[in-house]
Design a protein around this ligand. Structure first.
Ligand code: 26V
Length: 833
């Protein structure tokens, strides 16, 4: 039975309790009211009685009742005065997860709802699990967009998120014989109670065709005559912030064919052909591209990008003109943030709308464009930097290609004026890469069209200035700024870890919920043994819960008292899950060599998805599962080392793993992880980090203190230098007896007895070309793990470090990050704080 089916089949109702649990009098009154509202929704919206309702029916009824309360505030907010300035956050990904507890937590309704459902004999926790994850994102970038939506509504930045309402989110990951299998995801199959479809809000989106030049009053004017039209239909989800004070909107676009059916074809008896156009057009919003880091380079992806960028701009321009009457005041009232380059086609699209539709001149249009846009870069990996072949662009978006050429010509002219006769500079800042076929560089386009460009951690921003944007930065030295990422504590502490939250509130007061910096009040309590005991007990319960999940999903029993060592993120070579696996094998070999030593019990927990086409990443998953099978069933290990690769990592699973983690693995090759945000979630929940000086780890170290984090390995500069010199993995392996033994055992088939040669090429590849310097960092990593063991043996010292992590990561709240964007990039004043 699938998880979803299990959730429905289980009866949600238990015998009705004689008396509802006592609460504050108002809460009791409100619980009775909410109960009535839920019952009304169950009857009139879901069409079920309490006797016939499934758990999913109860979920829908509860969500609708909660949604009603949000809508009241939403309408109130939107009928108030027009905000001075709005932010539009353009993102092809919003990795939201479940919404019910998020909304209830922000409205202070969780206990009320528990009481209301309890009184109906319904288990609120089962109801919670019945909600499918909204997984409209791949990983870090999409999750950041979701955290930002929560923070903007919480600190009172009037904002719209714009994206695509994919029918199918990120694939479900199954395991067959240890290999990843991708299955389609179907989050909408039972409807979505949070959204409001607005079929009447639709915009035409053109593709292809040609550009006609006409003469208008003696002036040439360009008119784009697209060959094809798609309609973008708005589907809105309200986003309620902390304490329900503000409600923003997430507006996702769905593609609709202008003609539902071709009657000509139908009348000819061609019934499939009659629907073909519609299917092709509507495919634009069918599915999320499931690869992060490697551009798909396919036409459908470019169609998605233009589809949502154009619809969003048409929508916000219409709103702006309705409210302000004049398109020229756009930058005073609108800030548009480009979440990576995926929406960068919005730059020429805004130019097109200003020039061709609103009739403005080039200079004025360009000034408006640059003052309105800003752009966030999320990766420096060369293979992830988007570029599109010029011929494809010309065919699909002929007018935009003209505009891109013009933007480029002006930019190159300005550069030539500043730095004459520097041809290398001109080639490097050009929007067109002439190197490998002619391609449009989307990063350069976004940079050139924005007044601010930001990186997502201090190190990443520095590297941006030194590498991909070096020359553009030299021409625009004030444009690049840093905005270190953050996470919403409401989801990642309060909801994910309610027990720990309660302990923290008891220790330092409820104000921490409103102001994460208050967590610093824990510092003087770092050695408080009573606090330690309570935290250890809460974590132990979280670990039991996770142990149950591991037993259910992997059929592996793990000891909740063991150290839970966790690496959860997309599977990618630069994130170096392999380094962690090599260390696992090293411990395993040592245990087999000396079985009777008092080994510290440890559980290695992995989770993450690999892009379907990423062979090396998929083989890494298989290796993890192969190692798990051998280690977990070896009696000499006596259960002291366990390995679990949990399938189908998503936001909901993260909410279970993070509160149960003792050790957080953040071990990317220095210089390659732009920021990381899982690192922040784990530290907040009291896990200690073992990590390289990469991304936001650097700043986490500065905040928590050197003694409370395990840093190892080459720095970004050292990595650069090693690579320049030419790194020889064979020499590194020769000098480490342990590493040699580890690689030998993997190569010789110890973990793949069914196919002894499975990892031969894999190990050879590592020795010939260790791009991510796994072998270079192995010894340092192994030594850092021994420091972890040492501290783990001293529980008081460990807990002191753990408390100091929680105490000192308040700065990594996304409310702080959004406050900085508001002030330094958007020029908006938040209503709160
Ligand atoms: C690229 C592409 C290429 C086309 C196909 C779909 C697709 C989807 C995503 C990407 C780029 C992903 C970049 C990304 O997620 N970066 C991560 O951003 C996090 C938030 O800033 C940051 O914490 C991570 O370190 C960074 O890897």
């Amino acid at each position: 039975m699938t998880e979803a089916a299990a959730a429905t089949a289980e009866p949600a109702r238990r015998p009705v309790r004689a008396a509802a649990p006592a609460g504050a009098p108002e809460a009791g009154v409100d619980a009775a009211k909410l109960q009535k509202e839920i019952l009304a929704e169950l009857t009139y919206s879901v069409g079920r009685t309490p006797e016939t309702a499934s758990t999913r029916d109860w979920f829908v009824a509860t969500a609708l009742a909660v949604r009603d309360r949000i809508v009241d505030r939403w309408i109130a907010e939107h009928s108030g005065p027009i905000p001075q300035k709005r932010v539009y956050y353009l993102s092809l990904e919003f990795l939201i997860g479940r919404m019910l507890f998020d909304a209830m937590n922000n409205l202070g309704l969780i206990e009320t709802a528990r009481e209301a459902l309890d009184g109906l004999g319904v288990d609120i926790d089962a109801v919670r699990e019945a909600e499918p994850d909204a997984a409209l994102g791949n990983g870090g970038l999409g999750r950041l967009a979701a955290c930002f939506m929560d923070s903007m509504a919480s600190i009172g930045v009037p904002a719209y998120g714009y994206g695509i309402r994919y029918d199918h989110g990120l694939f479900r990951q199954g395991m067959r014989d240890g290999w990843q299998q991708e299955y389609p995801e179907d989050w909408l199959s039972f409807g979505n109670p949070w959204e409001f479809a607005h079929p009447e809000v639709d915009y035409p989106i053109g593709f292809g065709g040609f550009v006609e030049q006409i003469n208008e009053g003696g002036k040439p004017k360009q008119i784009w005559r697209p060959a094809e039209r798609v309609e973008a239909v708005a589907i809105d989800t309200p986003v309620v912030g902390w304490r329900g004070r503000h409600v923003n909107t997430l507006r996702l676009w769905s593609a609709r064919a202008p003609d539902p059916i071709s009657l000509d074809a139908f009348n000819r008896g061609d019934y499939v052909g009659a629907l073909a156009d519609r299917v092709r057009i509507e495919s634009i919003s069918k599915v999320l591209y499931p690869s992060d880091e490697t551009p798909a380079g396919q036409e459908l992806r470019l169609r998605q990008e233009f589809f949502f960028a154009s619809a969003s701009l048409q929508d916000l321009l219409r709103r702006h003109i309705e409210e302000r009457g004049d398109v020229r005041s756009l930058p005073d009232h609108v800030a548009i943030q480009l979440n990576d380059t995926h929406p960068a086609i919005a730059v020429p699209e805004l130019m097109r709308q200003l020039l061709d539709i609103h009739g403005l001149g080039w200079e004025e249009s360009w000034d408006i464009t640059v003052r309105t846009f800003s752009y966030t870069n999320h990766t420096l990996l060369p293979e992830a930097l988007e570029s599109w072949p010029v011929p494809l662009m010309e065919r699909l978006l002929p007018r935009h290609m003209q505009i891109i050429y013009l933007i480029n010509a002006y930019a190159l002219e300005a550069a030539r004026a500043k730095k004459p006769s520097d041809d290398a500079l001109l080639a490097s800042i050009s929007l067109i890469d002439e190197g490998n076929g002619r391609r449009v560089r989307m990063g350069h386009l976004a940079f050139t069209g924005s007044h601010k460009v930001n990186g997502v951690s201090a190190l990443h921003t520095d590297l941006m200035k030194q590498t991909v944007f070096r020359d553009l930065h030299s021409l625009h030295p004030d444009r690049i700024v840093n905005k270190t990422n953050g996470i919403t504590f409401r989801r990642w502490l309060s909801q994910a870890n309610p027990e720990m939250t309660k302990i923290l509130i008891d220790a330092i007061g409820p104000e921490l919920l409103d102001d994460p910096f208050r967590l610093e009040k824990l510092v003087p309590l770092a050695d408080d043994t009573a606090l330690h005991e309570r935290l250890v007990a809460a974590r132990r319960r979280n670990k039991e819960t996770l142990a149950k999940i591991i037993a259910e999903r992997n059929d592996v029993w793990v000891d909740p008292d063991a150290l839970f060592d966790v690496q959860i993120k997309r599977i990618h070579e630069y994130k170096r899950q392999l380094l962690n696996l090599l260390e696992t094998v090293a411990i395993y070999n040592a245990m087999r060599a000396q079985p009777m030593r008092p080994w510290m019990p440890r559980v290695k927990i992995f989770a993450g998805k690999a892009a379907a086409s990423y062979r090396q990443a998929k083989l890494t998953i298989k290796l993890a599962n192969d190692i798990a099978r051998v280690v977990n069933s070896d009696p000499t290990v006596r259960g002291l080392l366990k390995v679990a690769f949990l399938p189908n990592y998503n936001v909901s699973l993260a909410e279970r793993i993070i509160p149960a983690a003792d050790l957080s693995e953040q071990i990317s090759t220095a210089g390659m992880e732009a920021s990381g945000t899982g690192n922040m979630k784990l530290a907040l929940n009291g896990a200690l980090t073992i990590g390289t000086l990469d991304g936001a780890n650097v700043e986490i170290k500065e905040h928590v203190g050197d003694d409370n984090i395990f840093i190892f390995g080459l720095t970004a500069q050292e990595v650069e230098a090693r690579k320049r010199r030419g790194f020889d993995a064979r020499a590194a392996v020769e000098s480490s007896a342990m590493l040699r033994e580890v690689l030998d055992s993997i190569r010789s088939g110890v973990f793949s007895p069914d196919e002894p040669g499975r990892y031969r090429d894999f190990v050879e590849g590592l020795l010939n070309n260790d791009t991510f310097l796994v072998t270079a960092d192995f010894d340092a990593y192994f030594a850092a793990q021994r420091r972890v063991y040492k501290l783990w043996r001293d529980r008081a010292a460990w807990m002191r470090a753990s408390v100091l992590n929680t105490a000192n990561v308040g700065w990594f709240s996304s409310d702080r990050t959004i406050g900085e964007y508001a002030k330094d990039i958007w020029n908006v004043t938040p209503a709160e704080g």
